[in-house]
Design a binder for this molecule. Structure first.
Ligand SMILES: [Zn+2]
Length: 243
């Protein structure tokens, strides 16, 4: 099985990846299961985003683990997130660019809901000092029952430090340099590394076709050892996304 813990539908940097594009692309690459959220959330209405998630389910309900990409505004509109229960979400995706404060009450509230629902929380890390991995250390420790993915694990030293202090902190390999993945494995973190691609985002950063990029990444990570690969691309995914 090949499981991808980090994929998106939606608008991103001027490109649109429809549910059809994404599902077809992933199936063609041999991906069996994926955790998916919508990058359209940042600019589009809930009605639009909801349709994307519904369409994704229509096309691939068995393969898709739906993650609710949550903004502070969405939390304001539904303090207990019940509004979003129209879809079978299994976790939250949080991006600091949407205005979350790492030490603020709204993010703490989102974590409290995740704890109650036994949902994992996927946090974007890197790109700004505001949401570097280390900023999430206190939250990981305050909510030890919540499984947290420090997506991208950036910067790596901070991600590693949080992982060493909090057993519930994981990372995914999306855009992660291979040597960083190696470092994590060398530090004994092989049970807390998830294969993630950020599909289709690489299409807006790299010239090479998305499918070739994807296959190269899989081959490179697989080159780190079959045991480590099976953990990150299968067993760890199951452990993360099974309640
Ligand atoms: Zn992403």
């Amino acid at each position: 099985m090949l499981c991808d813990a980090h994929v998106h539908v939606g608008y991103f940097r001027g490109l649109y990846s429809s549910p059809e594009d994404v599902v077809r692309g992933l199936l063609r690459l041999g991906v069996s299961r994926w955790a998916i959220s919508s990058t359209s959330t940042s600019g589009k209405s809930w009605a639009f985003v909801r349709r994307e998630y519904e369409r994704t389910r229509e096309l691939a309900s068995k393969q898709s683990v739906l993650l609710l990409w949550l903004t502070p505004k969405m939390l304001d509109q539904s303090r207990d997130l019940r509004k979003y229960d129209v879809l079978p979400f299994c976790g939250l995706k949080i991006h600091g660019a949407n205005g979350w404060q790492t030490d603020g009450k709204p993010l703490r509230r989102a974590f409290a809901i995740a704890q109650e629902r036994k949902w994992p929380v996927i946090l974007h890390t890197g790109g700004s000092p505001e949401y570097e991995a280390g900023r999430f250390g206190p939250l990981c420790k305050e909510f030890p029952a919540v499984r947290v993915v420090l997506a991208h694990g950036r910067p790596l030293d901070q991600a590693l430090e949080v992982m060493q202090q909090a057993d519930n902190a994981w990372v995914d390999t999306a855009f992660m340099p291979l040597r960083d993945v190696q470092k994590l494995l060398a530090q004994g973190m092989n049970r807390r590394v998830l294969f993630g691609s950020d599909y289709s985002a690489p299409a807006s950063f790299f010239k090479s076709p998305l499918a070739s990029y994807y296959r190269r990444r899989v081959a490179a990570l697989r080159g780190l050892g079959e045991t480590a690969w099976r953990l990150m691309a299968e067993r760890n995914f199951i452990a993360m996304f099974t309640k």
